[in-house]
Write a protein that binds this ligand. Structure first.
Ligand SMILES: [Zn+2]
Length: 316
């Protein structure tokens, strides 16, 4: 049986990257803030359509202003899936009071409904941090899947620093390290335990983890594809190509380059932002061609529907 692969993009805003680097989010102009939706969103759709695929865009409600609506409506019409990446993209969402979690999820859903999207079936947590309260809220609200689990090896954090992967990922690694159980989470789709999201259980929704390689647990995500030495990317892919499921997660900045008008304060602080767009796109296209050859490419909502099949195939 051919495995399923899903490609998704998190539409994290540039103001958010500025904040991570300790810069005033106000140092990013409105023009630059608009790049994620104006340029990265259509590029994501084109990249996938180039191999005949449709993907999933994780929208942050608070980042959607009047100018962002057109591009989102357009990709929706073209058959891509819009899912929720929360409203405020607050790293502490998983620890918030239940009423605050509900309010954030509801606001993001309202924004998606305003751009004409159906009620979202999927969610990815800010900073990939889940909690029983957050997973429970998603289940209660009828989500079909969560896509936040990122079972990458902790040493990757240190290795990433030597690659110059810097503070953005450092911060995310820190978020992951405060709950090491996530590193033991299944690498393939599973039904989580609502009380322990990183363990198998009987939840009504499914977990679709971001892909990491089998033994080293290298994260097979956009930043890795655009920054890691190419033989390492090929090797990582070779270890995943016969898997029953692969989830490749990109960020909007993987689809933006310095010539797009990215603020210099950001291109100076983050190596993946300084890399020319053409180089990033050519690596991403190559990986998508591999994926299209070896897998059936579907949006995450479709992978979620087939999860019981996928896990059965993995076990047998
Ligand atoms: Zn994010």
């Amino acid at each position: 049986m051919t495995g399923l692969a899903s490609i998704s993009v998190d539409l994290d805003g540039l103001g958010h990257y500025a904040a991570i680097h300790g810069l005033d989010p106000g140092s990013v102009s409105d023009e630059a803030r608009g790049l994620v939706h104006r340029l990265a969103v259509p590029r994501f759709a084109e990249l996938l359509e180039g191999v005949g695929a449709r993907g999933t865009l994780f929208v942050i409600g608070a980042e959607v202003d009047a100018k962002a609506r057109g591009p989102l409506e357009d990709v929706l019409r073209r058959g891509h899936e819009l899912a929720s990446h929360s409203h405020a993209h607050d790293y502490a969402l998983s620890r918030a009071a239940p009423a605050d979690i509900e309010a954030d999820l509801a606001r993001a859903e309202a924004v998606l409904s305003e751009v004409g999207a159906p009620r979202p079936l999927g969610f990815r947590a800010p900073g990939y941090t889940l909690s029983p309260a957050l997973l429970g809220a998603l289940a209660a609200r009828g989500y079909a899947y969560d896509a936040s689990i990122f079972p990458a090896a902790p040493y990757w954090g240190a290795k990433a620093l030597t690659l110059g992967w810097l503070r953005l990922r450092g911060r995310r690694s820190a978020a992951i390290l405060d709950d090491p159980r996530v590193l033991l989470a299944p690498r393939l789709p599973y039904r989580p335990d609502l009380a322990h999201p990183a363990r198998r259980g009987q939840a009504p929704l499914v977990e679709l983890p971001m892909s990491v390689t089998p033994r080293a647990r290298l994260p097979f995500i956009g930043t890795f594809v655009v920054l890691a030495p190419w033989p390492m990317v090929r090797g990582a892919y070779a270890s995943l190509r016969s898997a029953p499921f692969l989830s490749l997660e990109l960020h909007a900045v993987d689809l933006l380059g310095p010539d797009d008008g990215l603020p210099e304060v950001l291109t100076r602080s983050q190596p993946d932002l300084a890399r020319p767009l053409a180089a990033k796109l050519s690596r991403l296209r190559q990986v998508l061609e591999w994926l299209a050859r070896d897998f059936r490419l579907v949006p995450l909502r479709e992978a979620a529907r087939s999860v019981d099949e996928v896990t059965a195939a993995a076990v047998s």
